[in-house]
Ligand binder design. Sequence first.
Ligand SMILES: C[S@@+](CC[C@H](N)C(=O)[O-])C[C@H]1O[C@@H](n2cnc3c(N)ncnc32)[C@H](O)[C@@H]1O
Length: 278
Amino acid sequence: MSTVYKLKPEQVTESLVVLYAPHREAQATKFVEAFGGQALVIRPQQTLDLTSLDPDKHLALVFDEAVSLQSTGPKPPGPVFVAFEGNAMVHRLKHGGGKGEQVAKAVGLSKVSGDRQLTVLDATAGLGRDSLILAALGCSVTMFERNPAVRELLQDGLDRASIASDVTDVVERMSLRKEDFISASSDIEDESFDVVYLDPMFPDRSKTALVKKEMRVFKQLIGGDEDADELFEPAYRISKHRVVVKRPKAAPFLANKTPSLQIKGKSGRFDIYTKKAF
Ligand SMILES: C[S@@+](CC[C@H](N)C(=O)[O-])C[C@H]1O[C@@H](n2cnc3c(N)ncnc32)[C@H](O)[C@@H]1O
């Protein structure tokens, strides 16, 4: 029997700790090879107590039944992963209950006739929640995500959903480009998508933002998307009808551009930049 080697917290200097179940070894290894930053790989014959690590310094990426991000330190919140299947809201949206959703109004779905499929480019896909809503409402969605760890979660969510019968048709309308939208945009033609959707991270330092586990790991992993203003110009050029920017309530306009319309919600708003009517 092979001995299990227990790692001590002081041996962990890397900010990202990667753990994997044996059946996920190839995927985890591929991720680490491609990952630009510092990552420590914990092999199945090693153990590490994640609760003994400093939660402000270390985050874990776990390849198991799902791929998830896990905070470290004592009493960490639960793992963050993508689950598109079994979602009651998607079920409702698929069956015609969603044109009143704020994001649906923001992209202009109420302005197009039932059989027209809008093409949406989601330049900042994250965990794909907004893209999922738009795809459930019938849009064809092309997602861009530049963070390698977030991409693993998103791809894993798409893979599981593609074999889950309740959402197979929805995720067939979603595709993922594992690239930075700003650099990739030069190869995308003018007005080639009906709508471009932007939801970059905003450097919000309020405590409420830290309450949500998704926010906590995203802040740690990504920070504040400091170059977010650079998304605006290519997004505007590539969109045919409008650019939609999701923003926290108190955030300034993206790239200092005043929107043509706004939809305000409880905690956030959509700034809409219209070009041509639908
Ligand atoms: C706030 S999250 C988006 C959440 C998403 N709307 C959802 O519903 O799950 C922002 C994401 O955009 C990504 N991002 C920011 N700038 C990007 C860029 N230039 N190209 C691709 N992805 C980008 C970040 O890595 C992060 O995952």
